[in-house]
Design a protein around this ligand. Structure first.
Ligand code: MD3
Ligand code: FE
Length: 214
């Protein structure tokens, strides 16, 4: 049939200049990634952080890697210590770091070496408002994200807060790589719909891999 294609394997979709959605690209590693997340969470539990304005950030989060992203009344920043204990974050699992390097390379960002991995855990109803990631030292470095468990609608806006946001569904095993001209785009997550995932139950995990220090 002319015009009809069969997708034997999912292909990367360029969402915008330097921004790639890679459906299912992390699926083969999903089991190992979930095991790695479970181990991190045993060590440094998920917690709800406060914004500088004193509001609770919806999704509980924690970190692994040399640096962790934290937020409290003093602001947003990266810290080498877990503020709950004063101890270093657990090391980034090699499986996670390796996948991030691989995906960044495939998107055209050779030499990406993540030093921070933020773990977000969303339950149905939880969302993340439109924001920019601007706490990293070198904005020429891309960001890699992997979605696991319940699906979510990713809101992908423009360089100005008011720009209309596109909606892209992120499923279990999907990856995103954002760099170049898209690095400073506003983005967020729409409220997660009710549901159950065979591997995570009523949870969506997101791993956000960044180069925080120069
Ligand atoms: C686009 N997390 O933690 S990941 C965040 O699913 C965050 O938990 C969302 O935004 C989540 O900051 C979205 C995808 C993502 C991460 C960083 C980006 C998209 C991005 C940086 C620039 C543009
Ligand atoms: Fe973000």
């Amino acid at each position: 049939m002319r015009g009809q294609i069969t997708l034997l394997e999912p292909v990367p979709v360029e969402l915008g200049p330097g921004a790639w959605h890679m459906p299912g690209r992390a699926l083969a590693k999903a089991g190992g990634l979930l095991d790695a997340i479970a181990e991190v969470i045993r060590d440094v539990p998920l917690r709800q952080m406060l914004t500088p304005g004193g509001r609770r950030i919806c999704a509980p989060m924690t970190n692994c890697g040399r640096l962790g992203w934290i937020s409290d009344r003093r602001g947003y920043r990266y810290s080498a210590e877990d503020p709950l204990t004063g101890r270093p974050w657990p090391p980034m699992p090699e499986l996670v770091a390796q996948l991030a390097r691989q995906l960044a390379g495939e998107a055209g960002y050779a030499g990406f070496e993540p030093d921070a991995c933020l773990v977000n855990a969303y339950r149905p109803g939880m969302r993340m408002g439109l924001h920019q990631d601007r706490d990293e030292a070198d904005m020429s470095q891309p960001i890699v994200s992997v979605s696991l468990g319940l699906p979510a609608v990713f809101l992908w806006g423009g360089l100005r807060r008011g720009d209309k946001a596109r909606r892209v569904t992120l499923a279990h095993g999907d990856a995103l790589v954002f760099g170049g001209e898209s690095r400073m785009c506003f983005h967020g997550i729409a409220p997660v719909a009710r549901g159950r995932h065979p591997k995570t139950g009523e949870l969506r995990y997101n791993l956000t891999l960044r180069r925080a220090a120069a």
